[in-house]
Design a protein around this ligand. Structure first.
Ligand code: ADP
Ligand code: MG
Length: 566
């Protein structure tokens, strides 16, 4: 084993530490949730590995977490009997930024390096939150299955450097000791710590033990003395929340569970908790966030997290990719299946037929949940669709089977709505279609103002026909796959002709005849540059416009493709 040495944090760790300690100040207490959640992850990992290798549990079969404190030494200790870390793992996980999300986060912050707690909470910077309340943190850890001498001691004051050395540790797992800063004594209190555990970590599926306190016997000073041979008592509920019957779970518990899952400080917009019994039994607890997580904005379609797969309460893996299509990547939650083999691998999962069923059920649940939100809670729905509407649009292309259901949930700007806000549903549109109107009309453009100000709309305005204004990058792609809704075709205003009534048809024919010499002249002037020159009913004020035949690419898309070099 190498001797103790001093090392520098990666530059990014330094930055994150600085950010975390400064911006989490008003949320100090979450350090406990973060450390307990790491301890719980470590127990999950060991439980999973021990399925194939029961010897890993030798010496102490119980997976648990212990939270204790010492008034005199001014320390708080969080210990787990989980997987532990070897030396390389400590360096990789604690001395550097393991998560690429955090890296992107730092890049995205750009120059001013300011972030609020909400953003920080969404990245894997949990461990560093210890430095919000501590000016020194000691980690003692030994990986399960390695001998006592293989332990590692890591220590840092969170200012640029850490020391790393060997340690002989009788117990496997990880012990994190926080040496509290001046002024943080409020946390050296059994009652306070216990209430934090209950508040943030009640649902953790492993027992969280705390020293049993002597019944308050007069003298306050002795109250928190922990005698040697500490008696422990379990402070949390220790049942996996999703396994409990729905009526027994409070909204508060559902919300807290969400916060522990999704690295999100905000309340979820909605959730759905279901148990399916039958030839194949499983439980789903799925949440819709109220605000977009940062990684979603960054377009990280392939690094999805947030949907955990359990098999009979054993955590197996983050399986967002396997359980939900990309267009629902904002969903957070848990799926617990009864009948999958515990030694399932990602490869097996991808072609597992049982999982196909569960996946179908998840999609249905999520769409139900969004529909319900749109019916029952219009304000929350509006915020949700503002955050995730464009992500949902990908489903029009990716999930043809649910195309109609998804289209129903989308909201658009239109010539009959106020400003840029996307508030009009296709059903709203159909409900106010003009007499004799048989299509849903839309226009696409680079931006809302270009769409709303297009001369293509004049004729529609004059006839009182509503036009949907599409100006999001994804719209063109989506519309390429959304040809009709509720039996009504969707048409681009620049494609084909408007339906005319008889009088109009007559007038147009006359106009065409009168203009024939003019058209001939324009044709000869423009030559090859245009396909056709014709008299149009499209305009009322502008003298001319470019139109597309039914099968041509919209100008906006043509422009995008040119930009992409095609
Ligand atoms: P996250 O939990 O989101 O990965 P953290 O900063 O909380 O981010 O932890 C960083 C990493 O350090 C974890 O992913 C894990 O590999 C390791 N780690 C932290 N605490 C423990 C622990 N108690 N036992 C084992 N590994 C741990
Ligand atoms: Mg963590």
């Amino acid at each position: 084993t190498a001797a103790a040495e001093t090392r520098k944090f990666e530059a990014e760790v330094d930055q994150v530490l600085h950010l975390v300690t400064h911006s989490l100040y008003s949320h100090k207490e979450i350090f406990l949730r973060e450390l307990v959640s790491n301890a719980s992850d470590a127990c999950d990992k060991l439980r999973f590995e021990s399925i194939g290798n029961p010897d890993l549990l030798a010496g102490d079969p119980e997976l648990r977490i212990e939270v204790s404190w010492d008034r005199d030494a001014r320390t708080i200790t969080v210990r787990d009997t989980g997987i532990g870390m070897d030396r390389d793992e400590v360096v990789a996980n604690i001395g550097s930024i393991a998560s690429s999300g955090t890296r992107r986060f730092l890049e995205a912050l750009g120059q001013d390096r300011k972030a609020d707690a909400r953003l920080i909470g969404q990245f894997g910077v949990g461990f560093y939150s210890a430095f919000v309340v501590a000016d020194r943190v000691t980690v003692l850890t030994r990986r399960a299955g390695t001998p006592a001498e293989a332990g590692v001691k890591w220590e840092s004051d969170g200012r640029g450097e850490y020391t790393l050395g060997p340690a002989t540790l009788e117990a496997r797992g990880t012990t994190v000791v926080l040496h509290l800063k001046e002024g943080e004594d409020e946390f050296l209190d059994g009652w306070k710590l216990r209430s934090l555990v209950r508040k943030y970590s009640d649902h953790v599926a492993f027992p969280i033990r705390m020293p049993k306190e002597a019944p308050a016997a007069g003298d306050d000073k002795d109250k928190d003395k922990q005698e040697p041979g500490t008696q422990w008592e379990t402070a949390n509920d220790a049942s996996a929340l999703w396994t409990r019957p729905k009526p027994e779970i409070t909204d508060e518990e559902y919300r807290n569970f969400y916060k522990s899952l999704g690295h999100d400080f905000n309340d979820p917009a909605a959730w759905s908790h279901n148990r399916v019994e039958g030839s194949q039994s499983f439980t789903t607890l799925l949440y819709l966030p109220s605000q977009p997580p940062f990684d979603l904005l960054m377009g990280a379609r392939d690094e999805r997290k947030g949907l955990k797969l359990y098999i009979k309460r054993v955590f197996i893996m983050d399986a967002a990719q396997e359980l939900l299509p990309a267009y629902l990547r904002f969903v957070r939650g848990v799926v617990d299946a009864d009948d999958l083999p515990l030694n399932v691998s990602r490869e097996i999962l991808q072609q597992n037929r049982q999982l196909e069923k569960i996946r179908g059920a998840c999609i249905r649940r999520v769409l139900d949940l969004i529909e319900k939100l749109s019916r029952d809670e219009p304000e929350k729905f509006a915020a949700f669709i503002k955050a995730f509407g464009n992500t949902l649009k990908e489903g029009i292309v990716e999930d043809p089977g649910n195309r109609e259901r998804i289209a129903k949930l989308l909201r658009f700007a239109s010539t009959k709505s106020e400003g840029e806000e996307r508030t009009v549903s296709l059903d709203d549109y159909i409900a106010r279609m003009a007499e004799g109107q048989d299509a849903i009309w839309y226009i696409t453009a680079d931006g809302h103002r270009a769409a709303a100000g297009s001369p293509q709309l004049e004729r529609f305005r004059a006839k009182g026909i509503e036009v949907l204004l599409m100006s999001d990058r994804i719209d063109e792609w989506m519309l390429g796959h959304l040809h009709e809704y509720a039996g009504k075709p969707l048409r681009h205003v620049a494609k084909g002709e408007l339906p005319l009534d008889e009088a109009e048809k007559k007038r147009q024919e006359e106009a065409a005849q009168a203009a024939a010499p003019l058209l001939e002249r324009i044709r000869s002037l423009l030559g090859e540059a245009v396909g056709e020159v014709r008299v149009s009913a499209r305009l009322t004020d502008s003298p001319s416009c470019l139109a597309l035949s039914e099968w041509e690419m919209a100008p906006h898309l043509a422009h995008l493709l040119r930009e992409a070099g095609q």
